[in-house]
Design a protein around this ligand. Structure first.
Ligand SMILES: [Zn+2]
Length: 247
């Protein structure tokens, strides 16, 4: 059901991109910024939330910069870079190639337990008329099952998606990305990709709080609808009109 076979190649610019989304390159931009890089998106076009491990989804229209509190953003506006900061939590990017809308989701265990990815999809349906079957989902680098031990009280909250955790009394290694994936599959999202990284294992590319402690840096994930390309002719016409303005 899940396509995890298409791995992101490492782009020259110091971030990871999803090869399948190259077919959308005309209108879609996205990436997972690697830790040792200076190739960051233009900060003036970036929308940032005060993340709280909540299930709050924020619609971003024009405002860039600090866009409020919450853990997921959606937009159908061009040139707005939706971002997620993580250091073990799982970043999820969503694109609708038909309605031309995008989303960025911060899904750690608390967000996943509250089904934030599903709530983001529901909001895209409400706001933009997205159809579930059109949505393409990309799960970025979070902590892997290999490194993510949780107590039974956390695991038990995922029993709906991992029946083995029902009534559990011991610690387990949990795949938090898989929880979001199962939730999305349950509502009919089937173009699900990624989720193959472990931020804690891959110290050369990703930050991880579990590995480096509370002073760890943050991994940045972003997605945007590209700005309308402007032709030379249009620029010349615009300048000609501007220079004549009020003369
Ligand atoms: Zn690991």
């Amino acid at each position: 059901m899940f396509n995890t076979s298409t791995i992101f190649p490492e782009a020259k610019g110091g971030y990871l991109q999803f090869v399948d989304w190259k077919q959308h390159a005309e209108w879609l931009d996205h990436g997972f910024v690697l830790r040792e890089t200076n190739d960051w998106p233009d900060i003036r076009r970036v929308a940032i939330l005060r993340q709280m491990h909540s299930d709050i989804v924020v619609r971003v229209d024009d405002q860039k910069g600090f866009s409020g509190e919450g853990d997921a953003m959606i937009t159908d506006k061009r040139g707005v870079y939706l971002t997620v900061r993580t250091a073990d939590c799982v970043p999820i990017l969503i694109a609708d190639p038909v309605r031309r809308a995008v989303a960025a989701v911060h899904a750690g265990w608390r967000g996943a337990a509250a089904e934030i990815a599903v709530k983001t999809v529901r909001r895209m349906q409400q706001e933009y008329g997205c159809n579930i079957a059109d949505l393409e989902v990309l799960i970025g680098p979070g902590i892997g099952k290999c490194c993510y031990e949780v107590g039974p009280e956390v695991a038990a909250r995922f029993a709906r998606w991992f029946p083995l955790y029902d009534g559990i009394t011991e610690k387990v290694r949990m795949d938090v990305a898989e929880a979001s994936r199962r939730q999305l599959a349950d509502i009919g999202v089937h173009k699900l990709h990624g989720g193959v990284f472990c931020a804690a294992c891959d110290r050369y590319r990703f930050h991880s709080v579990r590995r480096d402690g509370s002073r760890a840096g943050r991994n940045l994930s972003c997605i945007a609808l590209k700005s309308e390309p402007v032709s030379e002719d249009e620029l010349h016409r615009a300048w000609a009109a501007a220079l004549e303005y009020g003369r």
